[in-house]
Design a protein around this ligand. Structure first.
Ligand SMILES: [Zn+2]
Length: 140
């Protein structure tokens, strides 16, 4: 066994990314993450996979859904967010019609996201190829 050959490189994928925002729903988390990426800050929605497994994705996560960024960008992201938090919240309702829509497949129970332009249409489940009804855009 050569000690040191396996350096266990975690720098690429830190286990504990700093959380810079706690969203009330996966949709809000997605919006914040997309917004941060627009500012060239790589952002990740923590527990997105777990949240997608929920049968009812629109239900608010009890502890909130965390949006994380690379550790070296955390301060930047936090200051951007604190400056724009109100704007983001307002923008969320103003541009809600454009927010992606989450639909749950009745066949495989997996949640998928569809663009708002596909609201109230029938699409194909990306997981199992069954037909899936995309609901109307969510209103807050
Ligand atoms: Zn499916």
């Amino acid at each position: 066994m050569t000690f040191g050959s396996d350096e266990g490189i975690l720098d690429d994928m830190p286990r504990d990314l700093p959380c810079v925002y706690r969203a009330g729903s996966l949709g809000e988390a997605d919006i914040v993450a997309a917004w941060l990426e627009e500012k060239s800050i790589p952002a990740f929605v923590k527990d997105a996979a777990a949240a997608q497994g929920l049968a009812t994705p629109f239900i608010a996560a009890p502890k909130g859904i965390e949006v994380c960024v690379a550790p070296d960008r955390a301060d930047e992201a936090r200051s951007l967010l604190s400056r724009h938090r109100a704007e983001l919240r307002q923008g969320k309702s103003a541009s809600n019609a454009d927010a992606p829509i989450t639909a749950v497949c009745e066949d495989c129970s997996k949640a998928s996201t569809f663009p708002a332009s596909q609201a109230r249409t029938v699409q194909t489940c990306p997981w199992c190829k069954a037909y899936i009804d995309v609901p109307a855009a969510r209103r807050n």
